[in-house]
Design a protein around this ligand. Structure first.
Ligand code: ZN
Length: 104
C-alpha cells in the first residue's frame, strides 16, 4: 500500500501545520483533511506521538460537559456521545494544539 503510506505522511505533516496555528477539534480535522471519521482518531494518535517524539509540545484540551462540567479523559480524542455523570449530550469537543519547539 505504497500510495496509502505517502498519503498518510502528507496528512500528518499538514496536521502539524494546522494544529500549531490554533487548537482544533477532531471533527474539524476530519472535515478539513479528508479523514474518514473512523480513521481520524487512530491517525491523530500516531501523529501526536510523533510530534511529541520530535520535541513538540502537544496539548489536548479534554472534552467537557456543558451541563455539569464533567471533564473527560484527554486520551479520548473524538467527541463523546454523552456525559457519564449527568447523561447530558451537550458536550464540548476535545481540542488539540501543538506548540512547536516550546521550551517548557
Ligand atoms: Zn454532565
Amino acid at each position: 500500500m505504497f500510495l496509502d503510506t505517502n498519503h498518510t505522511m502528507t496528512v500528518r505533516k499538514d496536521l502539524l501545520a494546522v494544529l500549531s496555528s490554533q487548537p482544533r477539534s477532531v471533527s474539524w480535522l476530519a472535515r478539513e483533511l479528508g479523514f474518514r471519521r473512523g480513521d481520524v482518531d487512530e491517525d491523530l494518535r500516531h501523529a501526536l506521538r510523533s510530534a511529541r517524539a520530535a520535541g513538540h509540545t502537544v496539548t489536548v484540551i479534554p472534552a467537557r460537559c456543558r451541563s455539569c462540567g464533567f471533564t473527560f479523559d484527554e486520551q479520548k480524542l473524538s467527541k463523546p456521545g454523552k456525559c457519564p455523570a449527568c447523561r447530558g449530550t451537550r458536550l464540548y469537543e476535545p481540542q488539540i494544539f501543538i506548540a512547536p519547539h516550546a521550551g517548557a
